[in-house]
Write a protein that binds this ligand. Structure first.
Ligand code: HEM
Length: 539
């Protein structure tokens, strides 16, 4: 092997980085890049062999050549990222400036980067380079400036995960998003919510019956699992016109089981979108993903044939011009955006109510003044309870179910955020967990103080720093439904039961909040709670 080939290989690698990969976005093409690179490897190997080397020598030479090529590529990449990158003047750990693997290393195995990020911001300031091309901005001003209706920011590469398919959330084209969002907004307006009420009541009743049974037998209940069963039943009922029946059977639906099992792996891959695209291009993974989508499609087909269906999401979303193409992808979005987030929040609220039982008593009294104990609660009445609103908001502030928030891309000309210029075509995140616990927005940021939302306004300095449902054009479409469910379930539960930690298990239960794992949405551990019937009734 002529050693003179190594230098051109090194230079080719470096040139590829400097002339091509340095600019633009490559993540969604990573699968194809890896495949083409593998082809090149074999072509080089065959050529060596054809030009007279033995198999062994050909493999060794090809490997050395690849090493020289990759050496050039990564040396150029490292030099550029450390010394010439537009984000070079922003602080951040050395590893984060160099490679996205730093973020991965910090995230695994506990997926608590969102907690560490808050500490990093306290140490290094409001702007931190957390990936070679990504900044985390922890400043109350950033929420409106990055997400508000006037912003010039677009969705970042993260939102290409379904590419070339789209759903409402995973599309980067603002026009396409707007076209779709109109129908989603109709599915969550006041009239639509009213029409969903009878369906929801069925699930509330089953849930309260389960709590009653546990109260009667004085057994603990795994609150996170029960709320998960409940919220996936609700969301499947509204998406397909029939529930998964997880509450009644106690068994997860196969599609949910697989989702929960894969959640941490998917969460990890999602923090490295190019890895996600490489994984997606593996034929088995591609096959599994297609099978999922086929399942969603067949469920929607069944729903479309239902003879006298009551209103549900399908009623509204099927009117959209994009439904034919995107229907199964949007149904998948509804299931996962609407199931997990609600169940985590319900569990978080019950955790906080067990930790601060005085709020249960006050809330029960408050609800009794709004509605006679023998009267059925409805959402309109519950909306009047400022205490209930305060408890829900405070739970969403301390434990936002989407703790790191969505990635946004700066416009080509750059943009000023929180008083600092950010160069164009850079990714930015506004971590909800850190911002919502920022003392500049919420004094006593780590304390659970529901009163700050109604009687102690001095404890909210920046209301715009509260954005658990995100903000602006891409905010949560399902917020009205989510808030209604939270009010109804918590209102009904507190009126009927006293919620507590099992005797002597308070410390153990703390692990539930301490170990929440960020997989874009949260992955939570079991939480054992006791539900005691307020009237001591045996059911
Ligand atoms: C407590 C409950 C919930 C919380 C905290 C929450 C939070 C969020 C957040 C932060 C986003 C923005 C994500 C991003 O920037 O990419 C979002 C988007 C979305 N959520 Fe929720 N969500 C909740 C419940 C629901 C429910 C019940 C549904 C019903 C299906 C839903 C449907 C959606 C949809 C469709 C989007 C995408 C909106 C768009 O891109 O235009 N969410 N949610």
């Amino acid at each position: 092997m002529n050693y003179a080939l190594y230098l051109p290989a090194f230079i080719s690698g470096a040139s590829l980085e400097l002339l091509l990969f340095r600019k633009g976005e490559w993540d969604r093409r990573s699968g194809i890049i890896v495949k083409r690179y593998a082809i090149l490897f074999y072509v080089a190997l065959i050529l060596m062999f054809v030009f007279g080397q033995s198999i062994r020598a050909s493999v060794a030479s090809t490997l050395r050549l690849q090493l020289a090529f990759l050496g050039g590529l990564y040396s150029a990449m490292a030099c550029y990222r450390l010394f010439f990158h537009p984000l070079k003047s922003f602080p951040g750990p050395f590893g984060a400036r160099l490679s996205i693997f730093w973020y991965l290393k910090e995230s695994i195995p506990d997926m608590q980067m969102y907690v560490r990020l808050r500490e990093l911001h306290k140490e290094q300031g409001d702007f931190i380079r957390i990936k070679p091309r990504e900044l985390s901005i922890c400043h109350p001003d950033a929420v409106v400036e990055v997400h508000g209706p006037q912003t010039k920011m677009l969705k970042g590469e993260f939102y290409d995960v379904n590419y070339p398919q789209h759903n409402l959330q995973m599309t980067r084209d603002p026009g396409y998003h707007h076209q779709k969002r109109r129908y989603w907004d109709k599915a969550f307006n006041t009239k639509a919510l009213k029409s969903y009420e009878p369906r929801l009541k069925t699930h509330f009743t089953i849930l309260m019956d389960i709590f009653s049974k546990h109260a009667a037998s004085k057994e603990t209940i795994n609150a996170s699992k029960t709320f998960m069963d409940y919220s996936f039943d609700v969301i499947s009922d509204l998406t397909f016109g029939k529930p998964f029946n997880m509450l009644t059977t106690g068994e997860p639906h196969p599609i949910i089981k697989e989702f929960i099992e894969a959640k941490k792996i998917m969460g990890t891959a999602l923090s490295l979108t190019w890895l996600f695209h490489i994984l997606r291009s593996i034929p088995w993974v591609e096959y599994r993903m297609n099978e999922f989508i086929k399942w969603y499609k067949s469920e929607l087909d069944d729903r479309s044939k239902a003879s006298s269906p009551t209103q549900d999401f399908y009623t509204h979303l099927s009117q959209s011009e994009t439904f034919e193409k995107d229907g199964p992808w949007d149904a998948q979005l509804a299931i996962f955006a609407g199931g997990d987030t609600v169940s985590t929040t319900l569990t978080n609220i019950c955790y906080l109510l067990a930790e601060y039982p005085e709020y249960q008593e006050r809330l029960n009294e408050d609800l009794n003044t709004l509605c006679r104990p023998d009267e059925e609660l409805d959402d309109q009445t519950l909306s009047k309870s400022v205490l209930l609103g305060g408890i829900i908001n405070e739970a969403l502030r301390l434990y936002p179910p989407v703790p790191s928030g969505g990635q946004r891309l700066t416009p080509p000309e750059g943009i000023v955020i929180a008083g600092r210029y950010i160069p164009g075509n850079m990714n930015v995140i506004t971590p909800a967990y850190s911002i919502q616990r920022d003392v500049r927005a919420f004094p006593q940021p780590d304390d659970f103080i529901p009163e700050r939302w109604y009687s102690r306004p001095e404890l909210i300095l920046r209301k715009d720093a509260f954005f658990p449902f995100s903000y602006g054009h891409y905010n949560c479409a399902g917020k009205p439904l989510a808030m209604m469910e939270l009010r109804m379930v918590i209102g009904m539960a507190v009126r009927k039961f006293k919620i507590s930690f099992p005797l002597g298990k308070k410390r153990e239960c703390r692990r539930y909040v301490e170990e929440q794992a960020d997989c874009f949405v949260m992955h939570t551990q079991p939480l054992s709670l006791m539900f005691e019937d307020r009237e001591g009734k045996r059911v």
